[in-house]
Design a protein. Structure first.
Length: 318
């Protein structure tokens, strides 16, 4: 009780920070840049939300938002009555979860393994090489995949040489291969880039903890288990919560570029559905309804994941 009283007394004796015109003038550059960022966010992130009203209208471009017929949730009923859209939801969730798990785990593993490399020169070379695919467009990446996985590509040649296959296999003609190909492409393109923040978190761990572990006789794997992983646990949790909300952002470019009529049942995502039915067919209302559904699901996933983390005493977003 005495300790609590002392803390309360100390808290009440702390001087209050008052915002004065002098302080505002001193921080005017910072405030100007902050205001520009806020204005940018309002213009490009909040004002476009007014377009959501199209999802509740029988929108006609000639009538505009103000004069188009209001139909309530009719577009959403139409959306969920469409068997194609239900398949699209399945595809998006499946690829989103696969990408989340594989890319998330591989980034952590890669960062830990790279941290264990003792040669500074070798570590820099590996880091640089691993970052490069991130800066390639999906057009280039899918072109590389097409060449490597074609019937005359290097993968088929290796499989034939080692006797795994008797004849070349067209990977893009079999739906069962599409999701693994998408997952592999995401891992190859983004692992090095995603590992940057984990490497930064690892470098922030107190070196004395590793020294203490060495004195206690801990080997390399023990140091990773009892020092490195606990040291980056908070970073892992925050990034996991942020990435959970992106599960429905399974992608557009790679599925659109690699997809074809043979794998259409597993390649189409919500974004492709919006392009095909919302924009190409000029049914902007149905496309907006699909976009609203995607956004609401992302918000729910983030809130639920955040509450689960809160109940378990882990780091959380809010």
């Amino acid at each position: 009780m005495a300790l609590l009283a002392g803390r309360k007394k100390q808290k009440t004796n702390e001087p209050e920070i008052k915002i004065t015109w002098k302080e505002i003038k001193r921080q005017k550059v910072l405030l100007i840049w902050a205001a520009l960022i806020v204005i940018y966010g309002i213009i490009f992130y909040y004002l476009p939300l007014g377009g959501w009203i199209m999802g509740f209208q029988n929108y006609k471009p000639k009538d505009g938002l103000l004069h188009s017929e209001f139909v309530g949730f009719a577009k959403f009923v139409q959306l969920f009555s469409d068997a194609t859209f239900l398949k699209v939801i399945r595809n998006t969730l499946a690829m989103g979860v696969i990408n989340l798990v594989v890319t998330f785990v591989m980034a952590i593993v890669f960062a830990i393994l790279l941290n264990e490399v003792k040669s500074r020169g070798g570590k820099k070379v590996v880091q640089t090489i691993s970052y490069l695919p991130h800066f390639l467009s999906w057009v280039i990446v899918t072109g590389i995949l097409h060449d490597a996985l074609s019937t005359t590509g290097i993968i088929n040649e290796l499989l034939l040489k080692f006797g795994v296959l008797d004849q070349p296999l067209n990977f893009f003609a079999h739906p069962k291969f599409f999701w693994p190909i998408v997952a592999f492409a995401n891992v190859w393109k983004e692992t090095g880039w995603n590992a940057i923040i984990y490497l930064a978190a690892i470098t922030a761990i107190d070196p004395s903890l590793y020294e203490a572990a060495n004195i206690d006789g801990a080997g390399r794997w023990a140091r990773i288990k009892y020092v490195t992983l606990p040291g980056i646990k908070s970073t892992i949790m925050i990034l996991l919560l942020m990435n959970v909300g992106n599960v429905l952002n399974a992608g557009f470019e790679i599925q659109y570029l690699l997809g074809n009529g043979l794998v259409q049942s597993v390649s189409q995502t919500i974004d492709i559905y919006v392009l095909k039915w919302g924009i190409s067919q000029n049914d902007f209302a149905i496309g907006t309804a699909a976009g609203i559904f995607k956004s609401l699901v992302s918000i729910v996933l983030i809130v639920v994941a955040n509450q689960i983390a809160k109940r378990n005493g882990e780091e959380r977003l809010f």
